[in-house]
Design a protein around this ligand. Structure first.
Ligand code: AQP
Length: 332
């Protein structure tokens, strides 16, 4: 690793990746890969915080890796690996559990939201999700964590835990900063534009998947919920239209106001079609490349094995330091 700053982030293989994951996270990662030491993980340990079919989890894990590469993350420039392959993540998570308070974990919005969806089946893993995420980040002396807006609260908690540990012992962890881009930081559901687009949403019309075919993308945008104002405008009273303006702008880099001006005097139908077309063209090469990669499992295996080796080397060093600080007797 060179003197560049370090970036870490990850995505759960909890389903097919959405346009939200892509615009909120992966697209930014691709633009940062030249300037940072970048480590990107597929966080399968996080994915089992709510029940998953083993067969689907295996498939989705490889598909996320294929999507990372197909979106432009170069395996020669980034460490790409699967979280469960580096056991230091689970080990550090336990230590950090002992430095996190029940009160702060219960305040996490994601825990509250997901508990509502899984009433009667709320696991301790779901509750402890943020300490595992803190472990992911802190193992790599991460300077910057590029995530969507929804993860800001978890990141604040990771910073608090890092500082608490450093104050209790001596400087051990780098305290990470969030990197949240202004546009695309929160892509909203197409069916309920007041909540975020999420791959585990029960309604498949609410999200666009990276592997959706052009016809599906067009159909989903045509059905997207809008409002009765009838004029394309960028305001909170029009969350559906605002969401689509953000999507176009994030992809094409055309300023939102210019798009609004172009639609002056026109209705929503053309606007929805344009949004769909922009998304179709952005996702087409990614879907085609990911499909090819999914047929070459040997190649994917080579990438995740070599990624795990590199990640492990860094993670073990941090874990050894942590074990020593808390007072565990070294085995060797
Ligand atoms: N709608 C979104 N808009 C912007 N960014 C988003 N991210 C997720 N949804 C949006 C960003 O994607 C990264 C990985 O997220 P994750 O899959 O690990 O967890 P998540 O945030 O819980 O994403 P989902 O799609 O909602 O997953 P499920 O449904 O399984 O919980 C993060 O950087 C996140 O900010």
């Amino acid at each position: 690793m060179t003197e560049k700053k370090t970036i870490f982030s990850g995505i759960q293989p909890s389903g097919g990746l959405t346009l939200g994951n892509y615009l909120g996270a992966i697209k930014n990662w691709v633009s940062l890969q030249e300037s940072y030491n970048s480590i990107y993980c597929i966080v399968d340990l996080h994915a089992i915080t709510v029940p998953k079919e083993p067969k689907d989890l295996r498939h989705n894990t490889l598909e996320v890796l294929a999507n990372y590469i197909a979106s432009g993350l170069d395996p020669d420039k980034n460490i790409l690996f699967i979280q469960s392959h580096v056991s230091a993540h689970a080990e550090l998570a336990w230590i950090l559990d002992c430095f996190a308070y029940i009160g702060e974990l219960s305040r996490m919005t994601q825990f509250k939201d997901k508990s509502k969806k899984n009433e009667g089946n709320i696991t301790a893993g779901l509750f402890n999700y943020p300490t595992l995420m803190a472990a992911d980040i802190l193992l790599y002396n991460t300077d910057l964590v590029p995530v969507g807006e929804d993860q800001r609260q978890h990141l604040e908690l990771s910073r608090d835990i890092a500082q608490r540990f450093n104050n209790r012992f001596s400087p051990t962890f780098a305290v990470p900063e969030p990197y949240i881009s202004k546009v695309g930081a929160k892509v909203m559901s197409l069916q309920d534009p007041t909540s975020k687009m999420s791959k585990s949403d029960d309604n498949e019309n609410s999200y666009i998947l990276l592997n959706d075919k052009p016809d599906d993308i067009m159909r989903k945008f045509k059905r997207a919920v809008t409002d009765s104002i009838g004029v394309v405008g960028y305001q909170d009273e029009q969350p559906g239209i605002k969401n689509m303006l953000d999507i176009i702008s994030k992809i094409t880099e055309e300023p939102v106001q210019r798009i609004v001006d172009r639609y002056s005097g026109k209705g929503y139908a053309d606007f929805k079609v344009e949004t769909a077309e922009v998304v179709i063209e952005e996702l087409r090469p990614i879907r085609e490349e990911a499909e090819k990669l999914m047929k070459d499992k040997e190649y994917l295996q080579k990438i995740y094995q070599s990624g795990a080796e590199k990640a492990e080397e860094i993670a073990r060093k941090t874990l050894r330091k942590v074990y020593k600080k808390v007072g565990f007797v070294p085995r060797y």
